[in-house]
Write a protein that binds this ligand. Structure first.
Ligand SMILES: [Zn+2]
Length: 590
């Protein structure tokens, strides 16, 4: 069931040879399959096996014992840019203060979600990833993780210093000084507009302090130069990730896959996607809404848009709520949604919880509730691997629009999900996210809707204008009114429908959204009539389907009048439809 460690290592070495060109051009290694079962933290051998684990995403620095325990798993060792203050202090006990972030007042500041932690009486200060001493610390940690035998490196809090922009950010001498190099790249007209005569002598800390003092109630985020400061810090974070990726590869002597805790729904977190092979990240699941949220689907579609897999977990706030309210049934829905979207929720075996009142605490997930879902995926991996999202509609928006107001675009995509329109995202880049629109991305669906087009670059507008074949909709509501989805449930039962396709085959995932927190379970739906556009799904002429669901035997179902009748749906079911040629291939001779 699991990959053998000894077979994975040569595979990586093979990648070093066979993917050399691809590595140079695209920089991404194929690290996850759709059917992988990903653990966050190290655990007991038996627990790995109980879940069918194939990957460890946030492991510690490997030891012979932990490698043996995780035998057969791809082992990612985790390095934290924000969470390792104690370790950093022990590395540089005399000089650690050199590496601390500084606020406008020149004082260090704490990590807001680690305020309850101390090391030898010293608070967990936020450390600056522009400061040479802290960069040395992080670099050493990457090297030691690779040398200890990790297959890949996970970076927690990958934005480093830039992760605190929402709270004001770092104004240490190094951050202020290196801003000069960024300012020198701006056009003269922009510098003049900002009132900057000599970029090399510019001190943004002083400028901000003067500006704030001029009027009560001002916020640094509203200063006219803030957007440049933001770009500067996020670009710097991406460059550091590229350095770490190269360092890991040099250390190992072959490309080393990199993951990061990129909270895609918080905005800003795609800045370094080109230096990453996967996102193994905290994604807000809105647990306190006590229903299955459509928001994580946006994260999965953003990950698709940049061609990276997303092994997600919920936020510390979500897990605190699940623990407090004891709602593992809601988590079952998160697991099903993740695989239906073509990605995965990391096994909720032991989860970090956080609230300001309780600080850090932990949720131990009930294995009997979760393991059967992961085992279902492993037992039917052929229904997951190599499939891609079938999209009725491509939603085009820019990274700039998303980062400015993530909730607005998450809500727009949520309307599509609620209407059972399967969408994909074509993400246009900006100064932070190097991802220009490509014509082929716009041709994966026959229909387009462009959101907040004013934020698209001139080059992206040209690419978009060149796509004259696609049917266009002026907005989300018009798209919902004007599109008949390729897979839809015709009966009143409101199952969520997520079709996935590969040549000659379609797998339509059905999710039951009737979750009731009072009983912590879904109400079974009866007699669903699933209408299918067989041609659009690439399975023209199909006459048979098969229905798979966790805990039940597969069920043969006829395709009649371009429809499949599903007798009952619990949490999650998959309707597999094959084109006649594929069906023949599957049947034994005679
Ligand atoms: Zn700094």
């Amino acid at each position: 069931m699991m990959l053998l460690r000894s077979s994975f290592r040569p595979a990586l070495r093979g990648l070093a040879l066979s993917l050399c060109a691809a590595f140079a051009v695209q920089g991404q290694l194929p690290v996850l399959k759709r059917s992988d079962v990903v653990f966050m933290y190290q655990t007991a051998r038996q627990t790995y096996e109980d879940y069918g684990a194939t990957v460890l995403a946030w492991g510690g620095k490997p030891t012979p014992a932990s490698l043996e325990q995780a035998r057969g798993l791809k082992f990612f060792g985790s390095v934290g840019m924000v969470t390792e203050f104690g370790r950093y202090y022990e590395r540089f006990p005399q000089t650690y203060e050199q590496g601390l972030c500084r606020g406008l007042d020149g004082q260090p500041y704490k990590v807001p979600w680690l305020t309850d932690l101390q090391h030898k009486g010293i608070p967990f200060w936020w450390c600056c990833t522009r400061q040479p001493l802290f960069r040395q610390y992080i670099s050493e940690r990457v090297v030691e993780t690779v040398q200890a035998g990790a297959d890949g490196v996970h970076i927690d809090d990958h934005l480093g210093t830039a992760g605190n922009l929402w709270n004001g950010g770092c104004f240490c001498d190094r951050c202020v000084g290196e801003f000069h190099d960024y300012l020198k790249t701006l056009p003269a007209g922009e510098l003049a507009r900002q009132g900057i005569q000599d970029p090399a002598a510019f001190n943004y800390r002083t400028v901000l302090l003067d500006w704030l003092a001029q009027k009560r109630g001002r916020r640094v985020l509203d200063h006219p130069l803030w957007s440049h400061w933001r770009i500067y810090q996020l670009q710097g974070a991406a460059r550091f990730m590229e350095e770490l990726r190269a360092l890991a590869a040099r250390t190992a002597g072959h490309p080393v896959p990199m993951g990061a805790n990129a909270g895609l729904l918080w905005g800003n977190h795609l800045n370094d996607f080109k230096a990453l092979d996967l996102f193994s990240a905290e994604i807000v699941h809105q647990a306190s809404d006590r229903r299955l949220s459509d928001a994580p689907l946006v994260a999965y579609r953003l990950a698709d848009a940049v061609g990276r897999p997303l092994a997600s977990t919920a936020s510390g706030w979500d897990w605190a709520y699940i623990k407090e309210q004891n709602l593992p049934g809601l988590v079952q829905g998160w697991i099903a949604l993740s695989y239906a979207a073509g990605h995965c929720l990391m096994v909720p075996d032991r989860q970090w919880c956080y609230t300001p009142e309780k600080g850090t605490h932990w949720y131990e997930g009930p294995k009997e509730k979760f393991a059967p879902l992961y085992q279902f995926v492993r037992q039917h991996r052929g229904l997951f691997d190599d499939y891609r999202n079938y999209s009725d509609l491509t939603v085009v928006f820019s990274s700039r629009a998303f980062d400015r107001n993530p909730p607005r675009l998450i809500a727009a995509c949520g309307e599509l999900a609620a209407a059972n329109l399967s969408y994909r995202v074509a993400l246009a880049g900006d100064e932070v996210v190097d991802h220009p629109l490509k014509a082929e991305d716009l041709r994966l669906s026959p229909r387009l809707v462009v959101l907040e087009p004013q934020d698209l670059s001139a080059a992206d507008r040209v690419v978009l204008a060149g796509e004259t074949q696609a049917q266009r909709f002026p907005g989300i509501k018009q798209a919902i009114a004007g599109i008949v989805p390729a897979a839809r449930v015709k009966t009143p039962a409101a199952a969520r429908v997520l079709p996935r396709v590969k040549p000659g085959c379609a797998v339509v995932h059905l999710l039951n959204p009737s979750y009731d927190a009072a009983g912590d379970s879904v109400r079974p739906l009866k007699d669903l009539l699933l209408a299918l556009d067989l041609e659009a799904l690439g399975v023209a002429g199909a006459t048979r389907a098969e229905f798979f669901s966790p805990g039940a035997q597969p069920l043969e179902l006829p395709v009649t009048d371009r429809s499949v009748r599903v007798p009952a749906l619990g949490l999650w079911g998959l309707v597999e439809i094959r084109s006649p040629a594929q069906s023949d291939l599957r049947q034994p001779p005679g």
